[in-house]
Design a protein around this ligand. Sequence first.
Ligand code: UDP
Length: 488
Amino acid sequence: MTIKDEQQPLHILFFPFLAPGHLIPVADMAALFAARGVKCTILTTPVNAAVIRSAVDRANEAFRSTDAPAIDITVVPFPDVGLPPGVESVPALNSDAEGDKFFHAIHRLREPFDRFLAENRPDTVVADSFFDWSLDAASENGVPRLAFLGSSMFARACSNSMLRNNPAEAAPDDPDALVALPGLPRRVELRRSQMMDPKKRPEHWAFFQRVNAVDQESYGELFNSFHDLEPDYFEHYTTTLGRRAWLVGPVALASKDMATRGTNGLSPDADGCLRWLDAKPAGSVVYVSFGTLSLSSPTELRELARGLDLSGKNFVWVIGGAATEESEWMPDGFAELMARGERGLIIRGWAPQMLILNHQAVGGFVTHCGWNSTLESVSAGVPMVTWPRYADQFYNEKLVVELLKVGVGVGSADFASKFEARRVIGGEAIAEAIGRVMGDGEGGEAIREKAKELGEKARGAVEKGGSSYDDVGRLVDELMARRSSVNA
Ligand code: UDP
């Protein structure tokens, strides 16, 4: 190798899973690394490239007057596995059968991934944990693999405990039985019904065990988190579990694209919503959104509408693209309430979530606890009403409600994916949780104060000299040093 090679910027290949909750933070992360002089490439398929295109374009525009190298998106075809054209990402899947085909396609992405590594020899690859085969592919090409799943350290630590110990197996056969997760810095208990059941989902269980093992064998792991948020779990992860981790978040704070981040089709309701918020008093509005992968049944929608009405608070409610006909779920009087337009607004389609959460009128967030949404709320200093559904969301709820004390749960009890049924939560419980977070009752003020403090810490973490800023620098230095030692 020549000296010139060593003067070339570090090159990181990012390879995100094909779902907005994985792509969006990766685009933000690429912007973070590019701002530090790293050449970043994101490898993905056409429909998924469209999701992050505006975020990447905005970041590149902002870099134009600096030394930062532009971020590239390398687009590869989505493998033909018999899915309808354009169905290339998790939210577009309409059945378990489509899900099986999708995972087949995911495996076939190994070929373009291999080819990229062989032709470009990046210094490292940040590959999604869900691409469990990417460690072998990276090793064969002599490229270190960093894993990124986009969950909290707390959730990863809980999941590691669950996968290693399967504590639900010895628990009473009662959905409400409390099951403790062994080996964590403090006692963490979930209801049995809130945990993934290996008997019901043996393939998922085996998949997550593989993912956990492969990530542990990788060069290290990147987290969209920051040290002050979950220090005990960083310690646990690195010291007790012996895993290497860099905490570089909240990555959303690097976004130069607050308005259209994560979409190429912002809802037509978005502008009106922001104007509507401008006219509302500070902290008076509750924002309601369940991310990109959750569906609510008509009964759930009806109860949520009742809950919002009963809460007495102003609200902005995002109802995703595939919303059920209003006549199927709107409770009596709700259409009239919406028509008056004073108390509530519905956004159909993609909402500018970062702009909404950071609007001074917003004082609470009813969330499914997807990690991006959770951390975006933390960063904005907005307390949460937690309503987890599946994946890592029940762990994130624990972190928000019990450890950080910046939220109140609605009482979600069942681990159930988009296509599965769960117990319905009544409007009264929803209104009560909103009241506890946003109202004058005991505890509300403390929650709001804590949320504000945490928001300040989050913003400090990514500023120059903050812990996440420093972790990015440490990783870049280490990878540069590795390049020199490999070249030597
Ligand atoms: N998001 C958004 N507008 C929407 C829906 C989602 O901007 O209308 C963004 C949200 O800000 C977050 C991501 O999409 O960055 C969703 O990720 P999360 O981890 O919260 O949930 P998931 O969709 O993966 O369950």
